[in-house]
Design a protein around this ligand. Structure first.
Ligand code: PGA
Length: 255
């Protein structure tokens, strides 16, 4: 398998800095030296520095949950890619459905962030996914295609392999409703096809496509066994060491 599985924890707006440090330490002792699976934790901005110190020297990587596309300037409340890099972040989640739905992020805005992340050697984890109404209307693939193509506009073939895409059906996020393996694999294979058209087959084969939406130790093995499911973007189950570690082990077993 040319793609190493990737398990990323999206902690969302949870944990004080002290709580984040203790979770990061627990993860370091349980999975900090395994190299079968790439592991990324994405704490809130306020916990990035503490988490960075806690994972220092381990194989666990650090990601942010959002960023601005400009490097600096009068953008009250925002943080930039160079600021994240200075804290040793390697990844950044962009275009999460909560950012799109609650904070009005458009595909165009997400695209500017993707390009800024790549320019600063941060790996974007670009989130795409349909709402329940869109799935019921039969427009899942159309929605995913538009979000993927618009989000990746202007990305070069050379940098394409560093991308991570997260397919997160909005109706499965935090709801306990997980997509069936067939539903997920269908969309993942479709995204791989889009990437092949955009960047060519060798690059598309290197891109990790994660599934996100109520992924838990109980449903992960079946999802992770699918040909085009290269890992998971984990919300709820990433907030406790035990379940997150189990997910990393499930990914190792599926490798
Ligand atoms: P969930 O969230 O695992 O809690 O469903 C996933 C996400 O929103 O990234």
């Amino acid at each position: 398998m040319i793609r190493k599985k990737l398990i990323a924890g999206n902690w969302k707006m949870n944990k004080t800095s002290a709580d984040a440090v203790s979770l990061a330490r627990e993860l370091v002792s349980a999975i900090g030296s395994q190299s079968d699976v790439e592991v990324v934790i994405c704490p809130p901005f306020t916990s990035l520095e503490g988490a960075a110190k806690a994972i220092d020297g381990s194989l666990i990587k650090l990601g942010a949950q959002n960023m601005h596309f400009e490097a600096s300037g009068a953008f009250t409340g925002e943080v930039s890619a160079p600021m994240l890099r200075a804290l040793f972040a390697t990844h950044v989640i962009l275009g999460h459905s909560e950012r799109r739905a609650l904070f009005g992020e458009s595909d165009e805005l997400v695209n500017r962030k993707v390009l800024a992340a790549l320019k600063n050697q941060l790996r974007p984890i670009l989130c795409v996914g349909e709402s329940l109404a869109e799935r019921e209307a039969g427009s899942t693939l159309k929605v995913v295609q538009a979000q993927t193509e618009r989000g990746l506009e202007g990305v070069s073939r050379e940098l394409a392999p560093t991308l991570v895409i997260a397919y997160e059906p909005v109706w499965a996020i935090g709801t306990g409703k997980v997509a069936t393996t067939e539903q997920a694999q269908e969309v993942h294979a479709f995204i791989r096809g889009l990437l092949t058209k955009l960047f060519g087959d060798p690059a598309a084969q290197k891109v990790r496509i994660l599934y996100g939406g109520s992924m838990k130790p109980a449903n992960a093995p079946e999802l992770l066994a699918q040909k085009d499911i290269d890992g998971g973007l984990i919300g709820g189950a990433s907030l406790e060491a035990r379940s997150f570690v189990e997910l990393v082990k499930a990914a190792a077993a599926a490798s």
